[in-house]
Design a protein around this ligand. Structure first.
Ligand code: FAD
Length: 264
């Protein structure tokens, strides 16, 4: 039983870590004929190292943490093809029935819909006020928008970018409509990048300040609970997480034995 996760970004790292924890802890006593803890979990990364957006030291920690969970990380292996029997990466065939894609998403064809030339990465080019380049009164924000930072690099496709742009644009449009005033250009304030590897293992990069291991994992959990929409959700999720933390149980289960219905 081999699981291959393609892509060594935060999504791939989180996915590989979760599969490893499910296989080695949560599902160990759920099957009669298979032993989930013997599953092979392989992460394939096309670049020279995983988590390229993070500093070397944090990425190295994450790779070691994955190794402790039994995940084999293979770098410099760009994926060439995927079939029902496995995948070919870096000229090598790896047999696997389950291949999970964590190597990025492509933008929708919004630029084409607007009849304009796509910007970097096929996204919609926008100015510092989020107005679509070359169009009047059309704005674009979030993942689909190619918005540059002060150094001329495209902002990453992250929820915090999308949220800050949403807040900015709402206020900017209100200011323009009610007071006829244009706003200062949009500036992204990076609140930190995080990747979670598994239980007690995460990394946080705040620029000058970095965290890893248990404190980073705890901070990740607190941030996610605090950002939930209301108090009831925060309590519900906190209790669910506490239960799963104490019992290693997960909510989802697959029933593989067919149910035999006897006539009454
Ligand atoms: C697996 C994964 C993990 C991620 N983890 C993180 C993370 O930990 N932290 C983080 O900050 N970011 C994370 N992100 C990125 C984050 O989800 C995005 O940056 C964020 O959702 C962007 O918000 P958005 O509103 O621009 O786009 P979306 O959230 O994608 O919303 C776009 C919406 O538009 C709809 N839509 C698309 N095309 C059309 C159309 N033609 N007509 C009508 N509706 C349409 C879509 O169905 C969707 O509902 C992750 C992304 C992925 C894929």
């Amino acid at each position: 039983m081999t699981f291959v996760v393609v892509g060594g970004g935060p999504t791939g790292v989180e996915l590989a870590g979760s599969i490893a924890e499910l296989a080695r802890h949560a599902l160990t006593s759920d099957f009669r004929r298979i032993r989930p803890e013997t599953a092979k979990i392989i992460m394939i990364e096309g670049g020279p190292r995983i988590l390229s957006a993070f500093p070397d030291a944090l990425a190295g920690y994450a790779q070691r943490a994955l190794g402790r969970l039994g995940v084999r990380v293979m770098t410099d292996m760009p994926v060439e093809s995927i079939t029902a029997d496995g995948l070919t990466a870096g000229g090598r065939f790896i047999p696997a029935r389950t291949v999970l894609w964590g190597a990025g998403v492509a933008p929708t064809g919004a630029a084409r819909l607007l009849g304009i030339e796509p910007g970097p990465g096929g996204r919609v080019p926008v100015g510092a006020d989020l107005r679509v380049t070359g169009l009047e009164n059309v704005y674009s924000l979030g993942d689909v928008a190619a918005c540059m930072d002060e150094d001329g690099r495209p902002l990453p496709g992250l929820a915090q970018v999308a949220q800050q742009q949403g807040n900015y644009l709402g206020k900017a449009l209100r200011s323009e409509l009610t007071r006829g005033r244009s706003s200062a250009p949009f500036r992204f304030h990076n609140r930190g990048n995080a990747a979670i590897i598994g239980r007690h293992a995460a990394i946080f990069d705040f620029g000058r300040f970095r965290m890893k291991g248990y404190p980073a994992w705890m901070l990740w959990a607190i941030v996610h609970v605090v950002l939930l929409v209301n108090f009831a959700q925060r309590i519900r999720v906190s209790l669910q997480w506490l239960w799963r933390y104490l019992t290693y149980r997960r909510g989802a289960r697959i029933i593989t034995t067919p149910v035999v219905r006897r006539p009454v």
